[in-house]
Ligand binder design. Sequence first.
Ligand SMILES: [Zn+2]
Length: 329
Amino acid sequence: MAGFQEILGHEQIIEHFKNAITMDKVSHAYILNGPDLSGKRMLAEAFAMTLQCEKKGTEPCMECHSCKQAIGRNQPDIIYLQHEKPNTISVDDIRTQINNDIVVKPYSSPYKIYIIDEAEKMNVQAQNALLKTIEEPPKYAIILLLTTNAETFLPTILSRCIRLDLKVVSDEKIKAYLMQKYEIPDYKADVCVAFAQGNVGKAVKLAESDDFNEIKNAAIQLIKRLDDIELYEMTAAIKQIGEYKLQINDYFDFIMIWYRDVLLYKATADANKLIFKEEIYDIKKEAAKSSYSGIEEILKALEKAKVRLNANVNFDLVIELLLLTIKEN
Ligand SMILES: [Zn+2]
């Protein structure tokens, strides 16, 4: 856990939280809405930590007993909802961990703060159970709902929470942050930023990844070879990609960046704007022989492949369709 000052971007949300603290107008329920890895959890934890801090400032002091417990994630009055079923937060989860627990006064802090991550997984019954608590919460209670999709909440939940939507963080900011904090070279930072698309957590994950170069090289090698791969060699190519099954979204993202570069070069003939600058020779070649619509088909096919894999369509089949589309275009 860290304080607000460690968080990159999200200035308006931080401002909102700090104002609420200074003006003593902290609400009983908040929704933090934004994509995976966008920073919801960091924001929620910084807020919770600040509220519980013994120094009572607008940043956690990081030194008092409460802050130390929070850093170790064992502050007894900052409670994380656990759910047993991976895809559902059930009415029982809400009843036992929140409704029955919230009536017990805080153990050692001014507030009792509940963090419900992946709150979109609450089914309707669970939401209705939670609603009862949100309607008449004890004075000391604060509920933080973190979600990738606030639209799944009942209107009655939405109307009783303060909703804060996370915005994308600018590329420049993320790049400077990565270069300074993770000491990665300019070129690598560009690639991370290009595929994080404003999502700091995603950029950091990539910057920290040891596999970064390996996946990137594998993906680019494949693209460059693809034209020469005969149909009967396809199975071998698919098997090779299968080695990156667990990082397949990253693998796809590298291919996507490569084709975006091709598209950009085709439109501008400017090598300075490319992410994969060192690939200029092959990007130029590809740009010369591909049409705009062909490249767009490939980019679309990559998106489609991601969606299909998320929906658990057979891996080999998805990859084969993708490779064929790339070959055809
Ligand atoms: Zn403190």
